[in-house]
Ligand binder design. Sequence first.
Ligand code: PAF
Length: 293
Amino acid sequence: MPSSDGPQIIATVDALRERVGHWRGEDARVALVPTMGNLHAGHLSLVRQARLVADRVVVSIFVNPLQFGGGEDFDAYPRTLDADCAALASVGADVVFHPSVIEMYPDGTPLVTEVRLRALESVLCGEHRDGHFAGVATVVMKLFGQVQPDVAIFGRKDHQQLTLIRRLVRDLHVPVQVVAGDTVREPDGLAMSSRNRYLSDDERAIAPELQRTLRAVADRIVSGERDVVQLSAVAMQALNDAGFDPDYVRVLDALTLTEPDASTTDVVIAAAGHLGRARLIDNVTVPWEAASR
Ligand code: PAF
């Protein structure tokens, strides 16, 4: 069981390995919840989920420079370790792995070894954030190597990230079970995100329109509409009208992130848009096959 004083904070890979090795000696099943910190109820629900499927839980808190592009919010990204550890004590994390950038990338960046997922990383957010998913895939693969968890939990809010990690694990035969955690929402439907704190009051009032717009597209698909280009265009316009500067709204096969076709069972309706300083993402998944066959 986790200590009542809260999680142990570990900053080096060697100390982490020692701790996890000790648990392995006790035959414990180990879960990893990778985060960049500034934890909210969405992260805590992933940790609770981890506790249900494992004996020991490691939460990594690392703002990964590799996944931020030039002009993005790497420096501004909120770093709130004390508050994060207090919150993690309440949900029973055993260890917070909080390495420095040098610990993670001792040879500096760019790296010689990098994990790329070709087609999956170049659609949706990948089209707007060059190198982002290579940065995510690479740091997640490093965390898997460092922690060697039995299971790792990722939120559904970033559907593309989850899809990529599932594929990475499958393609590279990584012995980690990937479990998806449901998106936790504010009462008005806005998906919880560390970046919501960038929103002004006025922007915060507009922000739930992202989820409403996706739901409206979902309803039309469920009632049989299949013109995804038209549906996306209408949704882009709705987001523009609401005050967003949208990057995209796309309806894609939820598994392959390609255009839906006869083999598609579910589609993801995914969107990203800027609202002031915040770039928000969200998605809804709905069945596709029933009406198309
Ligand atoms: O989803 C995130 O917070 C990050 O992309 C992750 C998975 C922790 C990798 O840095």
